[in-house]
Design a protein around this ligand. Structure first.
Ligand code: C3B
Length: 735
């Protein structure tokens, strides 16, 4: 009823709903999997009626827009807030946030030392609320985003009136810088002061909000952890641990132990990566300068923690240095993951392999200290509302025509009912028609955006995600070159027997990540040659789709036949696009990494194409590369020679990609996995040729994907970590 009213209203005004929807920008608030997971979680929290809020920064410029010019990535600012009808400015909800200054100590009437953080500067946080409506429930939750502005108002009138026009706006501009722009790195931390300011601004405003709400209830402080659970989504908000301790200690007058008990029972910490370059560390001098009181508290937290470790493990002197929150480097650094573990009651990884890995590698000592029960796994999930119903409406409709009764979008395990129809001719025909229509839609998009004509009946092979060496888009493009060379060497008769393929890439490189940018350039350079080679025709096309984002994912994912999740084993914590592709009836070629392993367990190993070395062997192989001889795979060597001949343009540009494998230890094991990758891609070709078998695999896989709903995942957090129950608020009469 409501929708038809909208449609009719729009039509009266002379607009089509499709055109209006097109106008909406993607929220540009994150980089990749981490932020997108949070968005799925918000959808599940609201849909499952959990009373929960999300907190974040209202970046004026979110993730940049990517343009491809002459084959290179060019970054363009994306002013997404230009048009955002979904946010409600809350000028009545503001918090003053302090930076810099100094700490003065005094003694109160009970002889207790009290710390006073004084001086420095104040920046104002203003709340912007984004409602998150649940699916099939009246519950609507809130995402509160903080925007920074000068505490003193628009500009300094006095300076303005004195003719000092420039500095009259300087305070305002400096304050606004905090929420001005998202750092565009995925899985990389660079230790910049502004980033630390962003983190503190965000957590201080959010905690103030949470504490204010709790204090209104007039409950005693000891009930705080029963009333509030805070989940640290990676280490970026870890300063919240210190901030809550500061509030309880300095502002509310609690004793250290009582305060610390409340803090540790409130927080949970989710680790999302084991990559060393992504583990956050902040320099002690930087924290001292920006947050002098917090540094004192961090040192105290560390002191009490190390004292307790020393008491329990008196013989193990090295242990203290390994687990210390402070790294004794030059300058000293605060290890945020250690702080997050010490400050939380539960620590979880995001897929089984990943959760096992953190317990046996980076956080091993903490398992010894805190015991194994503090560490747990919650395998990631995705919301079927967006990633099936919205992205692939026809498939969603076909599925619901067979699941009947209960809405499968609220209980994804209902999907298993479609396995009964795996042999049903009409069902299979409709299934195949939908995939073809989705591929036709993508083919149109490819033509419009990349200017390449592709045949929708070819096998669509997709790798879309942030560009990163560990995700190994270089392995994929080297494989494409190998395919090209193999096709070139064939007679025209032989070529006719080959399976046509379209290799589709998409993803942003961090602006400062030079190697990732070279990978993009190589993909585009290969495309230019291959797509214009008349010997090859439709047998192989290579496309790089610019500016990969959520809206494009909704077009690309439903159109995939096979997608690539080919990270070096042990490097991709979970991956979530793997789940999206399978849920949309595409198969996977992948390594035994992240959630690929659990996807295999659920859908069956006949329905996935796994290849490559296992995580447990990676360290030994790397060691052998460094200290032994490193033989490069023969087929890969041929690929390298072709690149070096200049077949794909400037050889200089691609030299670093080759030498990373050949001369610099091949850290990501591209050569070790190449043969297995090529062989497995040949199996994909064979399997795709048997369309009947292929469709059976796809239907079976979708039927078994129920586990990967973010609803299951959120229920696990609610039960195992937060100890909360759903709270359904019924619609008021007449509302
Ligand atoms: C990502 C990981 O790289 C993915 O494997 C994982 O699926 C998601 O988080 C969600 O858990 N991640 C990221 O996008 N950015 C980081 N800084 C760390 C992890």
């Amino acid at each position: 009823m409501l929708i038809s009213n909208c449609l009719a209203g729009l039509a009266d005004l002379g607009f089509r709903i499709e055109d209006v929807i097109e106008q909406e920008h993607d929220a540009a608030l994150g980089n990749g999997g981490l932020g997108r997971l949070a968005a799925c979680f918000l959808d599940s929290l609201a849909s499952l009626n959990y009373p929960a809020w999300g907190y974040g920064l209202r970046y004026r410029y979110g993730i940049f827009k990517q343009e491809i010019i002459d084959g290179y990535q060019v970054e363009v600012p994306d002013y997404w807030l230009d048009f955002n009808p979904w946010e409600f400015p809350r000028h009545d909800v503001t918090v003053d946030i302090q930076f810099f200054g100094h700490v003065r100590k005094s003694t109160d009437e009970n002889g207790r030392t009290v710390a006073h953080w004084e001086g420095g500067e104040i920046v104002k946080a203003v709340a912007y609320d984004v409602p998150i409506p649940g699916y099939a429930t009246p519950s609507t939750n809130n995402l509160r985003l903080w925007s920074s502005t000068a505490a003193s108002g628009e500009f300094d009138f006095q300076k303005f009136n004195n003719g000092d026009y420039e500095s009259s706006v300087a305070d305002q501009q400096r304050a606004e810088t905090i929420s001005a722009v998202l750092y565009p790195n995925d899985n990389l931390e660079r230790g910049k002061e502004l980033r630390l300011k962003q983190q503190y601004f965000w957590v201080a405003a959010s905690l103030y909000d949470i504490v204010r709400r709790f204090k209104k209830s007039k409950r005693p402080w000891k009930e705080f952890p029963e009333q509030v659970a805070i989940q640290l989504n990676d280490t970026h908000p870890t300063l919240a641990v210190v901030e809550l301790q500061r509030i309880l200690l300095d502002l509310e007058g609690l004793e250290w132990d009582e305060a610390w008990n409340i803090v540790t029972n409130t927080f949970g910490y989710t680790n999302h990566t084991v990559l060393p370059e992504a583990l956050e560390k902040w320099s002690v001098p930087l924290i001292q300068h920006l947050l002098p009181r917090h540094l004192q508290i961090i040192y105290d937290i560390n002191l009490y923690f190390l004292q307790s470790v020393e008491r329990r493990f008196p013989e193990e002197r090295d242990l203290l240095g390994r687990v210390s929150i402070i790294e004794e480097s030059q300058p000293k650094m605060v290890r945020m993951a250690h702080l997050a573990i010490v400050g939380s009651h539960k620590v979880n990884g995001v897929a089984e392999l990943h959760s096992d890995l953190i317990k046996t590698t980076i956080f091993k000592d903490f398992v010894t200290i805190f015991g194994p029960d503090k560490f747990t796994n919650v395998t990631n999930g995705i919301t079927p509302r967006r990633w099936l119903h919205q992205a692939n409406p026809r498939l969603s409709e076909l599925i619901s025509s067979k699941t009947g009764g209960k809405d499968f979008l609220t209980d994804l395990n209902e999907l298993n009912k479609i396995e009964l129809y795996v042999k049903d001719k009409a069902f299979r025909k409709e299934w195949a028609d939908i995939k073809l229509a989705n591929k036709e839609r993508l083919a149109k998009h490819i033509k419009a955006s990349a200017g390449v004509t592709v045949d929708p009946t070819a096998l669509f092979d997709v790798q879309v995600k942030r560009i990163h060496e560990y995700k190994r888009q270089q392995l994929n493009i080297f494989g494409v070159i190998h395919r090209y060379l193999t096709l070139k060497a064939m007679s025209p008769e032989e070529r006719k027997k080959q399976q046509p393929r379209v290799s589709i890439f998409g993803g942003k490189a961090a602006p400062g990540y030079w190697m990732a940018k070279q990978i993009i350039h190589l993909i585009n350079s290969v495309g230019k040659v291959v797509n214009n080679d008349e010997d090859i025709g439709d047998l192989l096309k290579v496309v790089f789709l610019e500016d990969y984002n959520v809206s494009k994912a909704e077009i690309i994912i439903p159109a995939s036949d096979i997608s690539e999740h080919i990270s070096t084993a042990g490097t991709e914590a979970s991956g979530t696009s793997n789940m999206k592709f399978v849920l949309n009836g595409g198969l996977i070629i992948g390594t035994c990494d992240g959630a690929n392993i659990e996807i295999t367990r659920e859908i069956g190993e006949n329905n996935i194409f796994l290849f490559g070395n296992l995580a447990e062997d990676v360290e030994d192989l790397r060691h052998a590369h460094t200290y032994g001889t490193h033989e490069i795979d023969t087929d890969l060597n041929r690929v390298f020679q072709e690149i070096e001949k200049g077949t794909f343009g400037s050889t200089q540009d691609f030299a670093a990609l080759i030498s990373a494998v050949r001369d610099h230890g091949d850290y990501y094991l591209v050569s070790d996995d190449f043969h297995s990758y090529i062989e497995t891609q040949a199996l994909v070709d064979d399997a795709y040729r048997n369309q009947e078998e292929w469709i059976t695999k796809c239907i079976t896989s979708v039927a078994r994907m129920g586990f990967f709903s973010s609803d299951r995942c959120i229920n696990e957090y609610a039960e195992g970590i937060w100890n909360i129950e759903p709270l359904r608020v019924e619609k008021e009469e007449g509302a």
